[in-house]
Design a protein around this ligand. Structure first.
Ligand SMILES: Cc1ncc(COP(=O)(O)O)c(C=O)c1O
Length: 357
C-alpha cells in the first residue's frame, strides 16, 4: 500500500457503507434529547417513512444491529416448539436458523446450492404443517437475490408465516410486504439504506401485525407490544428506551433521500449500476457466483482461488472489498452501497481487480 493505511481505505465492502457527505453534518451535531416536541414527531415520521419504503403496515426501529431485529421478529411471531423451515442460503441462512433454535423453535434446514436461487416449488413441498418460513433475501455469502415474493405467495396459501432477512437488500431491491404477502421484514441502516449501523428495523404487513398481537415474547426489551404502546400513547417519548439520536437523525436523512428520489427509481439506479459492474467484471475475465437473472444489486460475489490477491489489488488502489464468507470462502464480495455506489467507483474497483500483480 502506498502511504494508505487500512483505516483510510474507501469502503466497497457489503456493509457497513460510507455515508453521503451531507449526512456527516447530522452526525456531528450536538446530542438532542430522545423525547419532546421536535423529537417525537420526527421519530414517528421516520417510522412511517420506513413503512412506506417497504410497503409495510408498520415499522419499528430499535437500538441494536440487524441480528437483534431478526431475533425480535421471530420472538414476536413464534412460540417455542413452533416448526420453521429455513433454506440454507449461506452464512446468514445459518444465522437465521441458529436464532430460531436459540428461541426454542424446531428448525428444518433446507440445503441449497450456493450458485443458484431457491426453487420455490421445492420449498413449498416442505411447508405442510410448518408455522414459519424464514428466508434471507440476499445472503451476502452468494450475492444471489432469492425469490422471496414467490416464496411468500406459496407460504401464505399454505398458512405459513414468512419472515425475510432483508438486511443486505432493503434500499437496493424491490421489497413490498403488503403486495407480496410477506409477514415481516428485518433490515438495518448500514447497507442499502445508506446510514450508520446501530438500529434494528422490523416491519410487518397487516397479517404479521395480527399474528404478532397474539404472541408475547419472554423478553422485556424485545416485546414489540411495549414499543407499539409507547408509540400509540406517549406523545412525548414514543419508545420505551433512550434512542441513539445521532444515528436516528442520519437514518432520517438517508431515508428521506430515497423517498424523495422515489423508491422505484432509487432501486432502478442500483440495478443499473450493479449490472454495469458485473458486465465489466466478466469482461475482465472474473468468475461471478450468481447467475445474471438473480444477481443482487447491492452485493456482487466473485469466485477466486486466492481471494487475498484480489483484496490486495483493491487495497493498493485505496479500496477495501469483502472477503468470502463461509462456506464460500474462495471468493471476494463487493458492495455497491452508500457513498461509493457510483460509476466512478465501479471504474476504480474494476480497474484495480483487472490489474496484473
Ligand atoms: C443478510 C444479512 N443478515 C444479517 C446480517 C447481520 O447484520 P448485523 O451485523 O447488523 O447484525 C448481515 C450483515 O452483514 C447480512 O448481510
Amino acid at each position: 500500500m502506498t502511504g494508505t493505511s487500512r483505516h483510510h481505505l474507501r469502503l466497497m465492502i457489503p456493509g457497513p457503507c460510507e455515508l453521503n457527505p451531507a449526512d456527516l453534518a447530522v452526525l456531528a451535531r450536538q446530542t438532542v434529547p430522545h423525547y419532546g416536541d421536535s423529537w417525537a414527531p420526527m421519530f414517528r415520521t421516520l417510522l412511517d417513512d420506513l413503512a412506506r419504503l417497504l410497503d409495510a403496515e408498520v415499522a419499528y426501529a430499535l437500538p441494536g444491529s440487524g441480528t437483534a431485529g431478526l431475533e425480535i421478529a421471530l420472538a414476536n411471531l413464534f412460540t417455542a416448539g413452533d416448526r420453521v423451515v429455513v433454506p440454507d442460503t449461506g452464512y446468514f441462512g445459518i444465522r437465521l436458523a441458529e436464532i430460531a433454535q436459540a428461541l426454542g423453535l424446531r428448525v428444518e434446514l433446507l440445503p441449497q446450492p450456493l450458485d443458484a436461487p431457491i426453487e420455490a416449488a421445492e420449498v413449498e413441498d416442505k411447508l405442510a404443517g410448518a408455522d414459519g418460513l424464514l428466508v434471507v433475501h440476499v445472503d451476502s455469502t452468494t450475492g444471489i437475490r432469492q425469490p422471496v415474493a414467490e416464496l411468500a405467495r406459496r407460504a401464505r396459501t399454505a398458512g405459513v408465516t414468512v419472515v425475510v432477512d432483508a438486511i443486505a437488500s432493503a434500499g437496493g431491491e424491490d421489497i413490498r410486504l403488503r403486495a407480496s404477502g410477506i409477514d415481516a421484514v428485518v433490515t438495518a441502516p448500514q447497507k442499502g439504506l445508506g446510514a450508520p449501523p446501530g438500529l434494528a428495523i422490523v416491519a410487518f404487513d397487516g397479517h404479521g401485525v395480527r399474528r404478532m398481537s397474539t404472541h408475547r415474547p419472554r423478553s422485556w426489551y424485545f416485546d414489540l407490544a411495549r414499543w407499539a404502546q409507547a408509540r400509540a400513547e406517549d406523545e412525548w417519548e414514543p419508545h420505551p428506551v433512550t434512542m441513539p439520536t445521532a444515528i436516528v437523525g442520519a437514518l432520517r436523512a438517508a431515508v428521506t433521500r430515497i423517498l424523495d428520489t422515489g423508491v422505484e427509481s432509487w432501486v432502478a439506479r442500483r440495478r443499473d449500476l450493479a449490472t454495469e459492474l458485473r458486465r465489466r467484471l466478466r469482461a475482465a475475465g472474473l468468475d461471478l457466483n450468481a447467475p445474471e437473472d438473480c444477481s443482487a444489486n447491492l452485493v456482487t460475489v466473485i469466485r477466486c482461488p486466492d481471494p487475498g490477491i484480489l483484496a490486495r489489488r483493491t487495497a493498493n488502489r485505496g479500496i477495501m472489498i469483502g472477503q468470502g464468507l463461509p462456506p464460500l470462502t474462495g471468493a471476494v464480495r463487493i458492495g455497491l452501497l452508500g457513498n461509493t455506489a457510483g460509476r466512478q467507483w465501479v471504474d476504480r474497483v474494476v480497474g484495480a481487480l483487472a490489474e496484473e500483480s
